[in-house]
Design a protein around this ligand. Structure first.
Ligand code: 5GP
Ligand code: ZN
Length: 142
């Protein structure tokens, strides 16, 4: 598996060639705001090394990503105080995957919200200024 795939938007974000509101970065992974959030604080955790899905992703990247997911969930909880946090990761178009570079979603949830991840995500672009503000709050909470 090459580190980078051509025409992959997440590889372009990792390389700094496409814009994203980053919250966290280390040698293995980057965390940024979903540009089409289904809830305020919707985060994507993305290994830097390109892999299509769970099956292709190195276990060391997965371990690092799970550990960071806990820190991110803590930051979401302390800054945004949702009643719950939905964690999901889609493999294959049949499962609803639309970007074929492995990633995990963290989605704050509250009773009565109308989020339906896996079927209606990634449709409405978030307000860029709001994404910048929330990214800064979450980064500061780490
Ligand atoms: P998937 O359906 O593959 O699990 O989720 C892909 C996610 O990537 C969607 O929630 C979608 O909103 C998000 N996304 C797609 N393109 C971009 C982009 O260019 N930048 C960012 N930050 N998120 C994106
Ligand atoms: Zn990629």
């Amino acid at each position: 598996m090459a580190d980078r795939a051509a025409d992959c938007i997440f590889c372009a974000i990792v390389a700094g060639e496409a814009e994203a509101q980053k919250v966290y970065e280390d040698e293995r992974l980057v965390v940024f705001m979903d540009a089409f959030p289904v809830a305020e604080g919707h985060l994507l955790l993305v290994p830097k090394r390109h892999s299509k899905d769970l099956f292709e992703t190195e276990v060391e990247d997965l371990r690092a990503l799970i550990a960071v997911s806990k820190d991110m969930a803590e930051a979401i909880r302390s800054e945004l105080a949702p009643e719950g946090i939905f964690v999901c990761q889609l493999n294959g178009a049949a499962a609803g995957q639309t970007v074929f570079h492995y990633h995990m979603h963290l989605i704050p949830r509250n009773p009565g919200d109308r989020v339906r991840p896996g079927s209606q995500h990634g449709r409405i672009r978030g307000d860029p200024a709001a994404l910048v503000r929330v990214a800064a709050r979450l980064a500061a909470a780490l």
